[in-house]
Structure formats: structure tokens, C-alpha cells
Design a protein around this ligand. Structure first.
Ligand code: MG
Length: 354
């Protein structure tokens, strides 16, 4: 078969003549021959494979510069490159999905019809932290105030100062007046400050988890990095509203591990996100509409790794004060051997002025 005109080649490759001219100019797909008299581009039939690959990669949304690189590779490294590109797209999409959810929640709340209650609400709260029975020191930090609830679980040689510094860096949120529209930025800035504070507090191997909720008067804004958790008891049902940033959790998500296998996995404590040198510190952020009667529990992993979920559920369901509830949960962890530091922050959403 002889050379193909740009029209024929365009039809066969499902690229437009305009795109083909652009790819020629960029050096991505150079015609086999350009007629010196007419300037017409002519393509060889064996160029069709590459043209079709370019068309499919464009459909994936791959930038032209990267397509150019893929086209220089043999099949196997090209496949690897496409897999890497797609993993990046999915990670980016997941991050933007969280942001979209946050913004939808945030704006929905501004619509008075969406507000489930017009009664003033406030929170009653307690924070308790305990070294447990095995560890020599307590590297956890737990805090509860009128607006801020936080749990941090430090690790490494300077784990205790790291977790304390992270929580301290958020405490200005207790008193700052944050315009409703600026909540997302304020939280993001606070995480940045916590990251800085952790760096200033510890050795290179030190870091911390950080899970915090900020009470806005009608909602709880959540920021979460690591494997501390938040549970919500609502209408008698218990929901875990955070996702552990651990290697075993991501293996569960991918279907490579069952939750039962994860519980005894030798690397079950390995974090894939944390505040610390070299760690991915991207926080999950979400807004929760608060309802009267809601009970929130923030806890370090020392609780769920020792106390079964049913026992946590039962304890939270008791009509006890936040302080008594936190105390009972810590006692349960220590009765089970107390292998790790354990921290609990319990907060009840109640109607009426403070
Ligand atoms: Mg721990």
C-alpha cells in the first residue's frame, strides 16, 4: 500500500486532520513525507498503530508531552507508564471528590431548608488519655474544649512532644472567629501549622496522627490524618466516620486482605499518612451536620485494637456523662491488657444555650 493522504489517515486513525497537523508541528507524529510542491502531508500505513495509540491516550486525558514519551517506549514500559498515569488520575480524582463533598455539605448548610434544627446547639465533652499497662510513657495527646476536639498519637523517639505540638497548633481555633465561608481554608492552614510544629518538636523519626473536629455552632468540621478514629453514635447506631490511613486498610480496600487478617498482620500499625518528616500529610476533611443527641468519640488506635466494636457501641449507648464514658472505654482497653496508649474524647451534641 502506498502513502495515505491526511484525510484517509485521519479517518483510519480517528484523529482529525487538524489534530494531525498539530501533532506534526509538535513532533509527536511526523508524516512519512511532505509533498515539496503542494505541502500535503502523507502518512505510511505502518504509522497507523502509533496514531491509534495517540488517539486512545488523548481520550484518557493524557497530556501531549506525556503521550510523546509513551510513544518512544516499547510495549511493556509503555503499559507501565499508562498504569502510573492512571493511578495519578485516580488519586487526584479521589482528593477532588472529597473536596466536592465538603463543599456540597458546606453550601447545603447555608440553605435554611436543609438545616435540620433551628434550636441552638452546643457540645458537652471530656478528654482522657492513659499510657496503658505496657508502654513506659504516653505518646498520645487528647484535648477537648468548647469548640475543638482532638486526638493525636505520636510515634518515634519524640512521639510525645510531636503529638502535643500538633494539638497545640490547633488550639487557636478555639478562639478565632472564622467566617463560615473560610472554614475550609482555616482548617487547611491549621494543618499546615501543625505540620510545622511537629517538625519543630521532634527528631526525624518522630511524627503523629491527628484527628480533630471543630464545632462551628451547628456543624462539626473534621480533619483526619493517620489511624486515630472518629465514631458517631446516632439514633442508637454506631458509624465509624474516618478511614484509617494504614497500609493494611488500603490492602483491605483493594480486596487483598480481609479485616480479620488485617487484625493480626505484622505491619498493621504501618501508617501511609501522618504528620512527620517524609510522610504524606494530606488530611481527609469533611463537614458533619450535628443533630441533638449525637455522640462523637475520637480515639487513638489503642482503643479499637483492644476493645471490640460491639463493646465500644454498648458503652457509648449508656446514658452516662462524656467523662464517665471516656473513663469506661479506657478501663476496657486496660482490662484487655492495655498494650498501647489509649485516648478517648467523647462529645455530646445537646440542645439549648450553654
Ligand atoms: Mg497508638
Amino acid at each position: 500500500m502506498g502513502l495515505l493522504t491526511i484525510g484517509t489517515f485521519a479517518k483510519a486513525s480517528r484523529l482529525s486532520p487538524k489534530a494531525l497537523r498539530l501533532y506534526d508541528e509538535l513532533g509527536l507524529l511526523t508524516p512519512a513525507r511532505v509533498d515539496p510542491v503542494t505541502g500535503y502531508r502523507l502518512y505510511a500505513p505502518e504509522q497507523l498503530d502509533q496514531a491509534r495509540l495517540v488517539a486512545w491516550l488523548r481520550r484518557l486525558g493524557m497530556p501531549l508531552a506525556r503521550i510523546q514519551h509513551v510513544c518512544t517506549l516499547a510495549a511493556e514500559p509503555a503499559a507501565r507508564e499508562i498504569r502510573t498515569f492512571w493511578a495519578e488520575v485516580e488519586a487526584d480524582t479521589a482528593a477532588r471528590r472529597d473536596l466536592a463533598t465538603f463543599l456540597i455539605d458546606h453550601l447545603s448548610w447555608k440553605d435554611p431548608e436543609m438545616s435540620p434544627t433551628t434550636q441552638p446547639l452546643h457540645i458537652r465533652y471530656a478528654a482522657l488519655s492513659d499510657a496503658g499497662l505496657v508502654r513506659e510513657s504516653n505518646q498520645d495527646t487528647a484535648y477537648a474544649g468548647t469548640r475543638l476536639l482532638a486526638v493525636a498519637d505520636g510515634y518515634g523517639g519524640q512521639g510525645a512532644p510531636a503529638s502535643a505540638a500538633a494539638v497545640d497548633a490547633l488550639k487557636h481555633l478555639e478562639t478565632d472567629s472564622i467566617p463560615a465561608g473560610n472554614l475550609l481554608n482555616a482548617l487547611e492552614d491549621a494543618i499546615g501549622q501543625a505540620q510545622q510544629a511537629v517538625r519543630g518538636a521532634g527528631a526525624d523519626d518522630a511524627g503523629t496522627t491527628l484527628t480533630a473536629m471543630l464545632w462551628t455552632g451547628s456543624q462539626l468540621a473534621l480533619v483526619h490524618i493517620g489511624d486515630s478514629r472518629v465514631y458517631l453514635l446516632r439514633d442508637g447506631e454506631l458509624f465509624q466516620i474516618t478511614h484509617d490511613h494504614t497500609m493494611v486498610q488500603s490492602m483491605i480496600d483493594e480486596g487483598r486482605l480481609t479485616p480479620e487478617e488485617a487484625a493480626s498482620h505484622p505491619q498493621r500499625a504501618l501508617l501511609i499518612r501522618a504528620l512527620g518528616a517524609g510522610a504524606d500529610s494530606t488530611p481527609d476533611m469533611r463537614l458533619h451536620d450535628a443533630r441533638p443527641g449525637d455522640r462523637y468519640l475520637l480515639c487513638s488506635d489503642g482503643l479499637p485494637t483492644t476493645v471490640p466494636t460491639e463493646a465500644i457501641h454498648r458503652t457509648l449507648s449508656e446514658p452516662t456523662t462524656p467523662e464517665q464514658t471516656a473513663h469506661t472505654l479506657i478501663t476496657l482497653a486496660n482490662t484487655a491488657g492495655g498494650p498501647d496508649n489509649v485516648s478517648c474524647v467523647v462529645a455530646d451534641v445537646v440542645e439549648g444555650e450553654r
